[in-house]
Design a protein around this ligand. Sequence first.
Ligand SMILES: [Zn+2]
Length: 402
Amino acid sequence: MYVKGIRSLFRFPGYVVSSISMSADLVQVNLRRDGRYRARCPACGAAMGVNRTKFQTARDLPLGTALHVILIYPAIQGHCSACGAWATIHPPGIDDHARATRRLMEFVSRLARHLPLSSVLEVVGVDDATAYRWDKAVLERKLPPPNLDDLRILLIDEKAVRKHHGYVTLVMNGITGELLYMAEGKKKESLQGFFQKLTKEQKASVVAVAMDRAGAYYEVVKEQLPDADIVFDKFHLIANYHAVIDEVRREEWRKASKEYKDVIKGQRYNLFRNASNRTSEQTHSLMNLLHMNRNLAVCYILKDAFKKLWDYKYPKATAKYLQKWILYTRVSGVEALRDFGRKLTKVKDEILNFCRHPITTGPLEGFNNTISRIIHRACGVRNLDYLFLKLRQESLEPDLPK
Ligand SMILES: [Zn+2]
């Protein structure tokens, strides 16, 4: 490309560069009106009389070693005789509210995706409060509204965003991975807001929904999408089973004699780990424990058997396997296991639906890291709208490095 000097970097239709002054860390670009252009009313487009001009400044992208690039331009204040509007005209591409060019704001927004907001200061000399405002403004302008058409699969889950019970409810399109909705809390109302946004046709397009067995979402989905299949998330169910093992482990520890307590101690994660993730030492101490404690051994064997449930492809075979597994819990002699088995009996359909719709809320788990990274980078959740925009950005452009 043939570049006609540095002036070509500052092309704003209706304006020409009258002078540029540069030092190692500051570039000042003076713009003036291009006499060939008439001022046009931003509201109706009619030619507009100029009442007065006022000089304003706007920041632009860094240039060479200069972090600060300042544009000085005449803003035109006028009155439109055609539509009666009073207006101030700025060079196109300048956000007069932010006192910056859009291209600088977009650059800051790109940086804010990969850097803590406080580091943006070092790279472009924009402080973190400004970087936050600009990033939010750019995302609001650039991200499309959630696409609520042709939603065949929905994934719903809650996420902790603050220590001590700060939750949000998230809804994702299970086919495209687009994050569609976020609301504060994990109650029924938190999810109801999503369905209020959907038309009848949009609701009818949903064939299956994956969610956690526990929680308030089930009732809402049953009511709003009576024809959709609900699939209880396998990872949540396995986590529920881990909680049962933990309960049994604690109980056995309480009952145990002192030297026996030492055998149980420190085995919590050994009981959850897959065999392939254990060191031989961990396997050895786990086997020692399972030899000595019948109840934990039963829990452990049934754990691997439980996970196999999701390997079955056909509902009939799965149902048979599940029934057998529940029967084992019934005869296990471990009350916590029997209790878990009873609970599963009640949600058999939602477990078997996995055969028809092999979906999980797993894609939403990916947001756990994103959420903590965004909160860390933004130095706390400044604003849930901002968090939603950032998560939507990640869900819409997942190919960019994180
Ligand atoms: Zn007008």
